[in-house]
Design a protein around this ligand. Sequence first.
Ligand SMILES: [Mn+2]
Length: 379
Amino acid sequence: MKQVSFIHTADIHLDTPFSSLGDKEKADIRRQELENCLENIIDRVRVRSINLLIISGDFFEESCVRGSTIIGVRNLFSELYEAEIVIIPGNHDPLKENSYYNTISWSDNVHILTDSKQVLFLEKFNTCIYNMGAVGRVTEDYARLQGNNISSDRFNILVFHGTVDMPFEESNYNAIGSKDIFNLGMDYVALGHMHNYIRFQNRASIMINPGSPEPMGFDEEGVHGFVQGNIRFTEDNSKLVEATFVPSSSRNYYNIELDVTGCKSNQEIIQKLSMDDNIDFSGKDLYSLTLKGFIPMNFTPDIKYLTEVIKDKCFYLRIKTETSILFDYEQYLEDPGIKGEFVRMLMDMQENEASQERKEILNMAIQLGLQAMENNRVD
Ligand SMILES: [Mn+2]
């Protein structure tokens, strides 16, 4: 076998309830889209005759996954006659006695990794699969893996669900450094756990955290996907690893901001939004819109109304306000105290300032200064 091809995904979290959307109908759509995403990946494995499908943990959401979902997945896997499927449990789908990993009879081509003592050798692909941290004991497993004799005649893949190169806090699941993992001498390391795409590379090997193929919240912005790659022997008998990101998310999350300074009504906010060239809603995506800037004290944006007017422009919308009160600074001009002195000084500076940009900065300074003096805080 001169080469092995793979698709690597992780953190699908099948049947996660998407309850933070606060919208049952849309949450159900998103949940269905997780299944569709997996089906698309499985189709791709079949159509492109990919040898290995690797799922690096958090495949399903244990606390709420439905038996019917798992049965559906099992059936799809069993139809992938020519591929081998390798799964490591993560922190959301731990390997417990009553876990679906144990209670369902999976087809022979499905390999659930359970222990670092176990090295899965897939002879037909000349590939060794190692695993680490399957039950959350990365330090022990790492020590054991260091003792392994890794054969350069085979393709070697490590599958791991954990935290790489992050602050080593106790709360971090399976924390380890990337250098340590590289030292094991694997050709490819199939990571999981972080929901965004992260790639590490050295001269000999590649290590990728693909992220969740469908994003799950506003802290997982932008396009998501999985990894497709291969390892092969070159003519001089060394090994070459290639791995590419393949976008797969059917919808993406975006955090956007709108400066509503000067708006005195909801209508004016809507008008400002439609005139903002940086905001371009796509009908299929999810948006969190934050209103910023300074607005008069007697105006409170009506979030419910605004949401109602804007929501049809996208799949999902939530609006937050982080506006500050706009002070009418001219009323401080006659003030004999420090506030008046402050406003007079900054207005003088503004008058002597030629650049429009500097004038606006001074305007902001007046607002923030008054905020500090009136409210004892700056928003
Ligand atoms: Mn996860």
